[in-house]
Design a binder for this molecule. Structure first.
Ligand code: ATP
Ligand code: MG
Length: 237
């Protein structure tokens, strides 16, 4: 049986008094890709922020490869092997490509594979532009940099928040190929996406949130065929 890379069990998250996540549970198996879907405001980014330790959940558990991480400080959660590619990319605009990657580097074990050379091998455009300020990159290049930054921490679990947002179709396809390549290498990935076709083409399993609650979960092929669920919770078809 496949190991569980990430388990969220019945978490509740709040912004002040505002109760946003209600008993959210999900499971990501090792080497698989879980698509986390839902309309605007459904709680997708809040779920990723809670995994990263930015919000402290009230109740519930979060574990990574069997180790509890719920309630730890964000920097400790990164050290445990969880990395986030944030919504809107959030690279440091005035730092160069190289500097953006350098500040993100964490070596966790001797078996770590990711370093700057490997990021540049994966994203040759970033090597060409390594001395340029991140602000001068195109949207697609900034997305590659955001992914490269996350990889520099040598994650075992990669969280990606809407990596295709605002990108031209051929760049979306390229980002899709990169994500498929990372999954093929054995990385365990949670992918938040508004682009349903992209998400379903990459995912093994799908969890759909609606107003902060899990509304549906299943294999990607079962969810792809369940037009009623897709229509009710995502407003498609
Ligand atoms: N910093 C915050 N303070 C208060 N409420 C917030 C904050 N961030 C998000 N929310 C609220 O929490 C709910 C969930 O937001 P969240 O950003 O997790 O949704 P999402 O599914 O990522 O949406 P999107 O697809 O638009 O990115 C929304 O009602 C939102 O208005
Ligand atoms: Mg979001």
């Amino acid at each position: 049986m496949a190991t569980d890379a990430l388990i969220i069990n019945e978490i509740n998250s709040f912004y002040g008094d505002s109760h946003v996540l209600h008993n959210v549970s999900l499971t990501l198996k090792e080497g698989e890709l879980l698509a986390l879907l839902g309309r605007n405001g459904a709680g997708k980014s809040t779920t990723l922020g809670t995994i990263m330790g930015w919000l402290k959940p009230r109740g519930g558990q979060i574990s990574v490869f069997g180790e509890q991480i719920g309630g730890l400080a964000p920097e400790l959660i990164v050290e445990k092997g969880v990395a986030l590619v944030p919504q809107g990319r959030r690279v440091f605009p005035s730092l160069s490509v190289r500097e953006n990657l350098m500040v993100a580097q964490i070596k966790r074990t001797k078996a770590d594979k990711w370093n700057m050379e490997r990021v540049f091998d994966t994203f040759p455009r970033l090597r060409e532009r390594r001395a340029q300020a991140a602000a001068s990159l195109s949207g697609g290049e900034q997305q590659m940099l955001a992914i490269g930054r996350a990889l520099m921490s040598n994650p075992r679990v990669l969280l990606m928040d809407e990596p295709s947002e605002g990108l031209a179709p051929q760049i979306v396809a390229e980002v899709g190929r990169i994500i498929a390549g990372l999954r093929k290498e054995g990385l365990s990935i949670v992918l938040v996406e508004q682009n349903l076709d992209l998400a379903l083409s990459l995912a093994d399993h799908v969890t759909i949130l609606n107003t902060g609650r899990v509304a549906a979960t299943g294999t990607a092929s079962a969810i792809a065929d369940d037009h009623e669920t897709l229509d009710r919770h995502l407003g498609v078809f």
